[in-house]
Design a protein around this ligand. Structure first.
Ligand code: SAH
Length: 255
């Protein structure tokens, strides 16, 4: 199991972004895994009732793709992650600092899904304005943002985080309860989780992943006080050398 100390010591945000978040690789092959997830997020955030004032992104890492459709429906966003370097990398993009990752192709792709590819710059600005705080969190803590207490949000989004952060199913279930407490009753949880994956790797570093099945995730979400409203499994595109994932689960649940 890859614990938070290893994440803090060896997770290189720039290498992670280069490996998993370019729309096509150096051979020009499309990044189907990413495109699939962008499409799923777009679909989920188009569901009725997925709107409100505040959205919390749990385990944001150095990425923003999970917020691109979301930012059209919420006024304020708070992003949370354990590692300092990931929060720093996100801040770089928010502040348009030199060396920040170029999300433009990804933003264009989402804008195209939403109907107008030309709106990419507008969306980037919208998102930059809406992300109000980037804070440290630990999903294994009863209050993940301790010592900060956040007011409960209208929605939580979490992509590819809990399966990386939890060493076993008991921890996964309790992490979902911890994270679930960050949302208001009637609010939503939006999750993208890999299924049947045991590791992912980049930059010669291997990170463990909790092996999950669809029903196990759904039961844990229900156990955290949510009703599942939407749940869809898509196979992982083959030839993904960086991980052994078999499928991706996209899920929306209401508290
Ligand atoms: N959401 C991003 C990043 C996923 S990588 C994406 O979709 O690509 C997994 C993330 O989980 C890393 O950013 C890591 O820092 C974070 N993480 C690992 N353990 C954690 C914990 N206990 N609490 C909160 N975040 C954790």
């Amino acid at each position: 199991f890859t614990g938070t100390d290893v994440y803090q010591r060896s997770f290189d945000p720039q290498e992670y972004l280069r490996e998993f978040y370019r729309l096509s690789n150096s051979q020009g092959q499309p990044n189907t895994f990413l495109m699939q997830n962008l499409r799923a997020l777009w679909k989920m955030f188009s569901l009725e009732g997925l709107r409100g004032d505040t959205l919390i992104d749990v385990g944001c890492g150095p990425t923003i793709y999970q917020l691109l459709s979301a930012c059209e429906h919420f006024q304020e966003i708070i992003a949370l992650d354990y590692t300092d370097q990931n929060r720093r990398e996100l801040e770089k993009w928010l502040k348009k600092e030199a060396g920040a990752f170029d999300w433009r192709p990804v933003v264009e792709y989402v804008c195209e899904l939403e109907g107008d590819r030309e709106k990419w710059a507008e969306k980037e600005e919208k998102l930059r304005k809406k992300v109000r705080q980037v804070l440290k969190c630990d999903v294994t803590k009863a209050n993940p943002t301790e010592p900060v207490s956040l007011p409960p949000a209208d929605c939580i989004v979490s992509t590819l985080c809990l399966e990386a952060a939890c060493k076993d199913l008991a921890t996964f279930r309790s992490a979902l309860r911890n994270v679930g407490a960050l949302v208001k009753p009637g609010g939503h949880l939006v999750m993208v989780t890999v299924l049947r994956e045991t590791y992912y790797a980049f930059n010669n570093q291997v990170f463990s992943c909790l092996y999950l099945e669809k029903n196990v995730v759904e039961e844990a979400v229900e156990g955290a006080g949510f009703d599942v409203r939407f749940s869809e499994v898509q196979p992982c595109p083959p030839g993904n050398a960086g991980a052994d994932c078999e499928a991706v689960l996209s899920l929306v649940a209401r508290k």
